[in-house]
Design a protein around this ligand. Structure first.
Ligand SMILES: [Zn+2]
Ligand SMILES: [Zn+2]
Length: 289
């Protein structure tokens, strides 16, 4: 919903420091569950620049009227294209139950640093979040900052391995060939298909025990159409196609492709062995499962 007001009624909020982590979590949050802060506003110039929201913006002497944007749809241009300033804090995540980390390569956990700062400094009292991860996560984050206890000030770390429930969701994991302790993860509600995430995985058959027929499979395709370099523990399109032919997931979502690998050729490589739906997900893709 977008509303326009006279500029004299607007209190402009400054840009917030947490934009990086909010941005990184954006794909995972359904729009209707976001909460917005009525005190947040964005610069009117941004509204005009994106020019896609159909409000009754009209130029005034100083430029354009200031404009509130309340709970914008996730796929709206104002969310996807306007990144320079305070629009990011419009989208708040106050209902994050837990973060699951598949393994301890930095591309899979480094966003916990801005999340920790956000929880620690943007709320009074500070908030905390459960983080389920392989052993050693807190030590790595603490070492990164040369500050013992850095992680524990906002993140409650638990071992990811054992099956459990989080709210209405069941969580199952399976070890996969990648690091010494790398997990694939299945998340599912009571009924209906689950979502199986491969993490980084060097042997597709490691995923077989987790995948139920009809599940959505979010799988790394680091080496695109292939082949995977010798001795490197990642997947490629042919390996994923073979896996799908055996496990019959409902849908396949590809991710984590290395720069220079061709996404279209990767999809073709999967489809050569699998006749179900397969597509890439990119930053800010939102899935309804
Ligand atoms: Zn990795
Ligand atoms: Zn990775």
């Amino acid at each position: 919903m977008v509303s326009s007001f006279g500029p004299q009624k607007i209190e402009l909020a400054p840009a917030k420091k947490q934009s990086a982590w909010v941005s990184s979590l954006m794909p995972s949050r359904p729009a209707e569950r976001r909460t917005t802060d009525a005190g947040m506003a964005m610069r009117a110039t941004a509204t005009v620049r994106t020019n896609s929201i159909g409000s009754s913006v009209r130029p005034v002497a100083s430029g354009v009227p200031a404009t509130f944007i309340d709970n914008p749809p996730h796929d709206s241009r104002i969310v996807q294209e306007e990144q320079f300033g305070p629009v990011i804090p419009l989208i708040r995540y106050t209902d994050l139950d837990a973060v699951l980390v598949s393994h301890l390569h930095p591309d899979h956990f480094i966003d916990l640093v801005p999340l920790r700062h956000y929880l620690r400094y943007e709320f009074e009292p500070p908030r905390r979040v459960r983080v389920l991860a392989p052993r050693g996560l807190a030590d790595r984050l603490d070492a990164l900052h040369a500050e013992p206890g850095f992680t524990a000030e906002a993140l409650d770390c638990e071992l990811l391995g054992p099956a459990r429930r989080i709210g209405s969701l069941s969580i199952e994991t399976g070890l996969v060939a990648h690091t010494d302790e790398s997990y694939a993860i299945r998340v599912a509600a009571e009924a209906g298909p689950g979502l199986v995430y491969s993490g980084d995985c060097g042997r597709a058959t490691d995923l077989v025990p987790l995948i139920r027929q009809g599940d959505a499979l979010l799988v790394e395709a680091a080496f695109g159409p292939g082949p995977v370099l010798d001795g490197v523990l990642h997947l490629d399109g042919p390996a994923i196609g073979e896996l799908a032919a055996v496990t019959r997931p409902g849908r396949i979502f590809l991710t984590h492709i290395l720069a220079g690998r061709d996404p279209d050729a990767t999809i073709a490589a999967v489809r050569a062995l699998w006749d179900g739906p397969v597509e890439f997900v990119w930053p800010r893709t939102q899935l309804d499962l």
